[in-house]
Design a protein around this ligand. Sequence first.
Ligand SMILES: [Zn+2]
Length: 234
Amino acid sequence: MPMTRKLFWEDMYLKEFDARVVSADASRLVLDQTAFNPRGGGLVSDVGTIDRVEVGEVVKEGDEIVHVMKAEGSWAPGQPVHCAIDWEKRHRIMRMHTAAHLLSAVVNSETGALITGNQISPDESRVDFNLENFDKEKMSAYVDRVNREAGRGLEVTTFFMKREEALSNPGFVKLANAMPPTLAELRIVKIGDADTQADGGVHVSNTKEIGTVVALGTENKGKSNRRLHFTVRP
Ligand SMILES: [Zn+2]
């Protein structure tokens, strides 16, 4: 079965699209192409509608992207469908995710710490760092620097790179290693001169769209693991 075409990689601003059903059971749909970004890499899944039926979640199952519907429908292979992303939520995910990359770049350059996990949601997000010392003042200094970086209006670009080439670049290695070894090419996301990483998620095209990053608090998650909660405004 051919893989679903990932429209969310081709145009991260695509809000509505037409597709055909490849396979379906009562509430799970696989399409020939989709702009719904599935859950993964710390990002929550997009939601929206397919033929006006609500999409509850979109998940990756092996090579397949499965749209888990909130109601049952009579979907048949080959059937054309019209799909709409909940753009308000998606755009906030894009802003939060790009902010998280800038945060990890800033904290890494200030402390050498690496990101150990993240959860990107429309309303509130969090990033974990392997860091022992992370007080309130330091945190707000990092967030200020992130806002200065974002305010520079950095262009965000994506491209594909051979796996070996990406792995040979020290800046990409930590995440590239987490990618399935079967992938011959990795997708690279570059935020101006601030950050370059192998990454499968959705981003804004210019850091000015992030708005203002606001720290919501920190938490200790183990001896050398610090969690930062944040959001973007307005
Ligand atoms: Zn990312």
